[in-house]
Design a protein around this ligand. Structure first.
Ligand code: SF4
Length: 471
């Protein structure tokens, strides 16, 4: 969600006449789009702001803006701690950023504008997308759940669903522009429809995406096990361009911890869903999120998580050490887990998941896989004559190419998997086939018309900025 918001911020600024600063150059404006999910984001923001303070002092025309969840959370305190910040804007008013920058310039004073509710659905804003072939499409923002570790509902508000017609218009427009892969995005995508009383709305949306010619791949994130219905599984299985990959957060394998987290499903329900998904789509993969060290988590609870990881055979698990967020119920719970225990559990889980990922990847050695070469992953390693992409079931794959007949970004390649590691699979022989997609053709036509287009939008990183300023 945060990455997509950054694309919107970039799109808005471009529409307002700004240009992306090239790597290595000194920008006139730095925008921080912050995340508040983990504790160290606070430290990082204030560290980076104080680093920019001398630059601001030397050049008052240089502007700094802070947006995102930390801005929503800290509001006025950001300008109290860093008075040289020009604009603080919240998650509900991204669209105001260009006007706030202008006002800060004219009034020569910091502007803090935080809205408590969403006025316009943010997807109606322009976006400067990082990829020409792969795009996020928001179906909802906010969340009606109250997971005790999570600060998102406090900052993003209650769930607001976007009308299906708007979503489909955006999907079709993107496909017309050459996008071949869409990820439907929401805090809890399969609760989509709660706003207008249609429990089957998300499954309908998947089926609608299935009718869009030229749309090769549809993915979604993240579903909540509580709201997962059989018709979503049926829609995934029946809709050819919906990919056989499910990313569904587990968070813990212990029912006691799930209850304390206020996650309203239990281990058996979670395992039941993935069993059904695999029955409907035998070639599907599952990925997940897991938090270790939630307050009160005992060795036995942790072992139950390890047991689920062994049994569920996730392709990958994004694992996190519990991060105490002030303002959430879990922050004041007794029995907070000491750092060393948390770290030891995290390491043990990581080792186990690496082993499982390796096993799951070994299962496809010898199979043919379709790879979509989207630009942010389609790096061309000319030394080794290799490119990278994703299989339908979301494995990262590095595949051999003939440099004289390399696929274009946006093309679909079929290659045979010859080796596996925990984090990727390899196809060391030349592709069996290369299929040109509508997206690849659209991009090629644009390139012919307008000259070479940057296929990777390189936003200057703060690191580069630091290096440049140090010079
Ligand atoms: S489902 Fe839970 S973890 Fe996810 S955004 Fe909502 S409150 Fe946070």
């Amino acid at each position: 969600m945060n990455v997509h918001d950054t694309e919107r911020i970039a799109g808005l600024l471009l529409a307002a006449g700004y240009e992306a600063a090239l790597e290595g150059s000194d920008p006139d404006l730095v925008v921080f789009n912050t995340c508040a999910v983990r504790e160290n984001a606070d430290n990082k923001l204030y560290g980076n702001l104080s680093f920019l303070a001398p630059r601001k002092k030397a050049d008052p025309n240089f502007q700094i803006a802070v947006g995102g969840c930390m801005a929503q959370k800290d509001q006025d305190s950001i300008v109290k701690r860093a008075p040289y910040v020009d604009v603080v804007f919240g998650t509900h008013n991204i669209g105001s950023l260009p006007a706030l920058l202008e006002r800060a310039r004219i009034e020569e004073a910091s502007q803090v504008e935080i809205k408590e509710t969403l006025e316009h659905f943010p997807s109606t804003l322009p976006a400067r997308r990082h990829s020409a072939f792969s795009a996020w499409v928001s179906v909802s923002v906010g969340c009606n759940n109250t997971c005790t570790f999570c600060i998102v509902p406090a900052l993003r508000g209650i769930e607001k669903d976007r009308p299906a017609a708007d979503i489909m218009t955006e999907v079709k427009t993107l496909v017309d522009q050459g996008v071949v892969e869409i990820t439907l995005l929401g805090q809890n995508v399969n609760a989509y429809g709660v706003d207008f009383g249609d429990r089957q709305a998300f499954a309908k949306l998947l089926r609608e995406c299935g009718k869009v010619a030229g749309l090769e791949r549809v993915r979604f994130m993240s579903p909540h096990p509580r709201d997962f219905t059989d018709d979503v599984i049926a829609a995934m299985a029946e809709t050819e361009n919906v990919m056989p990959h499910l990313h569904m957060p587990l968070q813990s394998g212990s029912d006691t911890v799930l209850q304390a987290m206020r996650r309203s499903y239990r281990r058996d329900r979670y395992m039941g869903i993935i069993e059904k998904v695999r029955a409907a789509m035998p070639d599907s993969t599952i990925t997940t999120d897991i938090i270790v060290g939630f307050p009160g988590e005992t060795d036995k609870d942790f072992q139950e998580t390890m047991d689920v990881v062994t049994e569920a055979k996730f392709l990958a698990a994004y694992t996190f050490q519990y991060s105490r967020r002030p303002g959430t119920p879990a922050a004041t719970m007794p029995d907070q887990i000491p750092d060393d225990v948390m770290k030891a559990r995290y390491d043990a889980l990581h080792i186990l998941q690496q082993k499982m990922s390796h096993e799951v990847n070994q299962q496809v050695i010898g199979t043919q896989q379709e790879i979509l070469v989207v630009d942010h992953e389609g790096r061309h390693d000319s030394e080794r004559a290799r490119m990278s992409g994703r299989t339908k079931d979301f494995r990262l794959i590095h595949f051999a190419i003939d440099p004289n007949n390399a696929p274009r970004p946006g093309d679909a390649v079929i290659s045979k998997v010859t080796a596996a590691s925990p984090n990727f699979v390899l196809a060391e022989e030349l592709p069996i086939s290369i299929r040109q997609t509508a997206g690849g053709n659209a991009q090629e036509a644009r390139t012919k018309e307008a000259g070479p287009q940057p296929i990777m939008v390189g936003m200057p990183t703060l690191q580069k900025l630091k290096e440049n300023m140090a010079k």
